[in-house]
Design a protein around this ligand. Structure first.
Ligand SMILES: Cc1cc2nc3c(=O)[nH]c(=O)nc-3n(C[C@H](O)[C@H](O)[C@H](O)COP(=O)(O)OP(=O)(O)OC[C@H]3O[C@@H](n4cnc5c(N)ncnc54)[C@H](O)[C@@H]3O)c2cc1C
Length: 494
């Protein structure tokens, strides 16, 4: 537990060692901590060291004064707690470590410092002689590739599980040692012996200063497609039909979104038609969905192939997805693979304005919106019945709290999928924050009772971790960070 006097001494030492511009307090700190998810506690300061040596110095001073640090890369973890720490701490931001150290086009890997943003990597990939797939998410383009990967964030497009693409890490341990995992250079070799990379995901058992990541060569051809599923019965059939296709490793990107997600993305909330009633009345929801024939789910995908012949064969295999209740199938024109990187970055941030009675200002960030957002994101078995059950639960709990459940299903590999359930709420309404947290707790609990736990942690939420795994992680923590210098996302309280 840190006291005010120790914190003051630490702040003075950080200003001296890192320069005053690296120590953030006051209004700038408040700005940095804006969050869509109503959580406490707040950080008491933030540090922005300029390089790895600065990060090491920040750790040493924190250790000397008994101050806890919360490492983030860019801190845009919106809907999960943003830059907020799980317990009273000082934010340690990597935003100034923003160099792309190496991009090896032949071996198809890139070494990034933790502050490199998705838009920076996009630019570097566009400058390559070779064509690569973009590295993106549905979230902010100004988010950190490393930070997002460390929480096992979900990619947009074919490479969804980017954490599985990590070749190596550079980590500063709590005792100040800088280690490269595995040793032997950026993409030097596969680990010999135990693979320690996973230890540093979602754990804050060290501060990751850089990461080496595979980049994926673009295919010659990409063919986008979309269709609709009339109802949940069609969803069940579709999910089951997709399973063997994905397990066989077909090169494709595919996701499903419910009608509410689509309405939220198109926004704004139809306050006039709803006569200011919230949540969206069922008859109005049905009337709005009639724009696309009244279907409950949209399927959005693309096939990747290296020749016209391969593409034609893949297209034929897609017929298996045309289950009863699938309608309005549409192939879009094939495009060369490099076109994906040339497309402008389109994020999915518009949905945050859904319950807001006014348009989004150009380039406004979700944290500028008067709304809040919490995610419930369970891992589900890739089985139609389970997916339909989870989506029914989401709708029921949201309705019980006068909220709408936006659902996006991310199909990972034909074994599991991740349901991203978003609850957007109007923070101007009294009690809205507490209501959203209650909905989050009720839905997370109901899903966990079925064995469907979240794929990533959220500040202030239950961790649902298996007891044995918990003990083992604690043992590792005691070995790597005996005094608890680094706050873990599953920590609670002051
Ligand atoms: C509308 C909307 C859509 C979104 N869509 C997506 C999506 O499609 N996919 C997705 O994944 N997310 C999505 N997000 C969530 C979030 O905004 C992104 O995941 C974002 O990239 C996370 O912020 P960041 O990259 O700055 O990571 P950070 O906030 O920097 O890091 C996240 C966490 O990782 C740990 N961490 C970070 N850096 C370090 C480090 N150097 N050392 C040790 N631990 C560290 C910390 O626990 C930190 O809290 C969305 C959010 C919104 C609002």
């Amino acid at each position: 537990m840190m006291d005010a006097a120790s914190l003051e001494r630490a702040l003075a030492a950080w200003r001296e060692a890192l320069g005053p511009e690296a120590v953030v307090t006051g209004e700038a700190l408040r700005h940095l901590q804006r969050t869509l998810r109503p959580v406490e506690p707040e950080a008491c300061a933030a540090l922005r060291p300029a390089d790895t040596e600065g990060v090491r110095a920040a750790l040493a001073i924190a250790a000397a004064h008994g101050v806890t640090l919360h490492p983030v890369s860019r801190g845009l973890n919106w809907g999960y707690g943003a830059a907020r720490p799980p317990r009273t701490a000082v934010i340690l931001s990597m935003e100034r470590l923003d160099r792309i150290r190496n991009l090896d086009e032949d071996l198809a890997w890139v070494e990034l410092e933790a502050g490199v943003r998705f838009c920076d990597l996009d630019e570097a990939l566009r400058a390559c002689a070779r064509d690569f797939l973009p590295v993106r998410t549905g979230g902010p383009a100004t988010g950190s590739v490393v930070g997002n990967t460390l929480v096992r964030g979900l990619g947009a497009g074919r490479v969804m599980d980017r954490a599985a693409e990590v070749l190596g890490l550079e980590v500063l341990l709590a005792d100040g040692r800088l280690v490269r995992i595995p040793g032997g250079g950026p993409a030097g070799r596969a680990p010999l012996g135990p693979d320690l990379r996973g230890v540093f995901f979602q754990g804050a058992l060290g501060v990751v200063t850089a990461m080496t990541l595979k980049v994926t060569p673009a295919p010659a051809l990409v063919r986008p497609f979309q269709f609709r599923l009339r109802d949940d019965a069609a969803l069940v059939r579709f999910v089951d039909a997709l399973r063997p296709l994905q397990q066989s490793g077909v090169r494709m990107a595919i996701r499903a979104i419910n009608d509410l997600h689509e309405l939220m993305m198109r926004g704004p909330y139809p306050f006039a038609d709803a006569r200011r009633e919230t949540p969206l009345p069922p008859r109005l929801r049905a009337a709005l969905a009639r724009r696309w024939g009244g279907a409950r789910w949209a399927i959005l995908g693309e096939l990747h192939a290296d020749s016209e012949g391969e593409l034609a064969a893949l297209e034929e295999r897609m017929e298996i997805l045309m289950v009863e209740g699938a309608e309005r199938f549409r192939w879009l024109e094939p495009v060369p693979g490099r076109a994906l990187l040339e497309r402008s970055l389109r994020d999915g941030l518009a949905m945050v304005w859904w319950r807001h009675d006014g348009a989004r200002a150009p380039d406004a960030l979700p944290v500028d919106a008067p709304n809040g957002l919490v995610w419930v994101a369970p891992v589900l078995p890739h089985r139609g019945a389970d997916v339909a059950e989870a989506s029914r639960l989401a709708e029921a709990v949201a309705a019980a709290h006068a909220l709408e459940a936006s659902i996006s299903l991310r199909f990972v590999d034909g074994r599991v999928l991740i349901a991203i359930i978003g609850l957007v709420f109007d923070r101007a309404v009294e009690g809205a924050d507490a209501n959203a947290l209650a909905a989050h707790g009720a839905l997370s609990g109901a899903l966990a009772a079925k064995g469907w736990t979240p794929y990533r942690p959220a500040v202030g939420a239950s961790s649902f971790r298996d007891a044995d795994e918990h003990d083992l992680t604690d043992e590792l923590r005691r070995a790597l960070d005996p005094v608890g210098l680094l706050a873990r996302s599953t920590d609670r309280g002051p």
